[in-house]
Ligand binder design. Structure first.
Ligand code: NAP
Length: 282
């Protein structure tokens, strides 16, 4: 297969489609006197996290969604963070709350996630949100997994009956996307750092989802000819978790990094915030 025959899964195009649909909905909310509002919480000074939060805020602004940025020092305690989240829970003008992951080591991230009110859990990070997603009826599934599903849907790539191999089992990415693929009738194998002979398992995949957090981790000769490759990775220097050029040689379709899963994740977050404003906006 030549490069020309490859389908490059264009995240910017998928994101543009999602955002276009939001414009009319945001205008209708404005007629009701409601401006959707996303609150982002950044704890500590991690530069990548600060960039992600800034990108999310800018994306809100461009679409007429308001955003509140809560920035807390790395010395913040779990109790202080939970208090900040509860304040946002009680603020009727806030429709979605996003706690940027990861938080500094001294903080109990799980306890902080659990403090987010379910109706404002626009990134599906609470146990209830996670469970609803696993059952297939979440209002707001985690944004990156939902973005991966949106890309597959946009390009009408078949899932039913296909073998999907997910590399990574984090609660915000690997596990929820595994559940979503399973709910869409894929046969799913979820791999992790203790998986033996990962390459052989990936070679069986019709759909590969890379969610590892290691640059260029997935090798070209792991990819079955014709497989679809979705790279959720986002490492310093705009590098994905997939060796893009090498994997493209065998894949039939592949997401680039940047301009793949990332922009669709942000568009999904905006969509969930608008969903929440429509549901609970007053
Ligand atoms: P994470 O919490 O660090 O999880 C990484 C997963 O990869 C873990 O389940 C880990 O296994 C597994 N893993 C690590 N080394 C492995 C190996 N050698 N073989 C197989 N599996 C291995 O990361 P995350 O938050 O899920 O994020 C994953 C990637 O997605 C990162 O690059 C991150 O930047 C990116 N990301 C992108 C977006 C976006 O919008 N595009 C959003 C979120 C995250 P164990 O469970 O055994 O430790």
């Amino acid at each position: 297969m030549s490069h020309a025959e490859k389908l490059i899964l264009d995240g910017n195009a998928v994101a543009a489609g999602i955002k276009e649909q939001l414009e009319a909905r945001i205008a209708r909310l404005a007629e009701r006197g409601i401006t959707p509002c996303l609150a982002t919480i950044l704890v500590g000074g991690d530069p990548s996290s600060a960039t992600y939060v800034r990108m999310k805020g800018n994306a809100c602004k461009r679409l007429g969604i308001s955003s509140i940025r809560v920035e807390l020092p790395a010395s913040t305690t779990t109790e202080e963070l939970i208090a900040a989240i509860r304040k946002l829970n009680d603020d009727k003008s806030v429709h979605g709350i996003l706690l940027q992951h990861p938080v500094p080591h001294g903080i109990d991230e799980r306890a902080a996630f659990e403090a987010i009110a379910i109706e404002k859990d626009v990134d599906g990070v609470t146990t209830l949100g996670f469970a609803q997603n696993a059952f297939g009826f979440a209002d707001y599934p985690s944004c990156t997994p939902a973005a991966i599903m949106a890309i597959l849907a946009h390009y009408k790539l078949p899932i039913r009956g296909r073998h999907a191999v997910v590399i990574g089992r984090s609660p915000i990415l690997g596990k929820p996307v595994s559940a979503m693929l399973l709910n869409a009738d894929a046969t799913v194998t979820t791999c992790h750092s203790r998986t033996e002979d990962l390459a052989s398992i990936v070679r069986l995949a019709d759909i590969v989802v890379a969610a590892v957090g290691k640059p260029k981790f997935v090798q070209g000769d792991w990819i079955k000819p014709g497989a679809v490759v979705l790279d959720a990775g986002y490492n310093p220097g705009n590098v994905g978790d997939v060796d893009y050029e090498a994997c493209m040689a065998n894949a039939s379709a592949i997401t680039p990094v940047p301009a793949g899963v990332g922009p669709v994740t942000i568009a999904t977050l905006l969509k969930h915030t608008v969903d929440a404003a429509e549901k609970f906006g007053g």
